[in-house]
Design a protein around this ligand. Sequence first.
Ligand code: ADP
Length: 268
Amino acid sequence: GGKQVLDNSEIIANLKQVKHKILVLSGKGGVGKSTVSSQLAHILASKGFDVGLLDIDICGPSIPRMMGLETSEVHSSNNGWQPIYINENLGVMSIGFLIDNKDEAIIWRGPRKNGLIKQFLTDVAWGELDFLIIDTPPGTSDEHISIVQYLNLTPNDGAVIVTTPQEVSLSDVRKEISFCIKTKTNILGVVENMSGFVCPNCSHHTDIFHPTTGGGLQLCKQYNLQLLGKIPLEPKVLLSAEKGKCIYETAPDSIAAQTYTQIVNSLL
Ligand code: ADP
């Protein structure tokens, strides 16, 4: 049998006005991938860029909750599905808006998941965007290979890999790195999340994962990647960010906000 030819012409046509596609990847769930995706989108929008935030994490779409859009409904127009606009230059679209039964989606097999993701990439009417931030499912399954193939990434695009300092998560990250190399995806850098703990009462920063701390930096050195930033666990800050707010609004002086500034600046 010959190699299956992937038809992504409709997706390419639909996303041709997007200048930079940024995939946010993680080896496993719960490391803060969606939090990082939503804050990157907020911050880039606050700098005046036209930004889209696209959540294609079929089994655990958390962007609606994190952007305060849990009860939102998606509308379609002649151009396709309309993103939900948080403000005039920040639109959000989540696969969670379209799946009624999330428990059911978890047992879907590859082709059905891919079909939905493909339809999603083809049919959402983003219009002109400076950045499209894409929150992907954790891991490096066949789904991911399809996503990268559908998106037809160029050197203007790339991946941000999110990890936590523990070794388990870092070994998952090695798989993400090999995945990017294999699929020729440009790696923009690594974000180490939950890197230490900032006490909500006294603001003291503690390295709770000592002695594994420094794993992110080691990993980056080994693969010649940029460590974009180390974001601490900062419970108060993140609780407000989960309600759909930009960290600049809820805690402009926090370590997390400063780190996000550094991360965004290194992406520009
Ligand atoms: P993922 O998308 O990787 O599954 P999430 O972004 O949903 O992870 O984060 C998992 C949980 O951890 C969320 O409740 C989120 O608010 C919290 N969280 C993520 N990053 C931080 C942080 N730096 N400080 C405090 N809580 C965080």
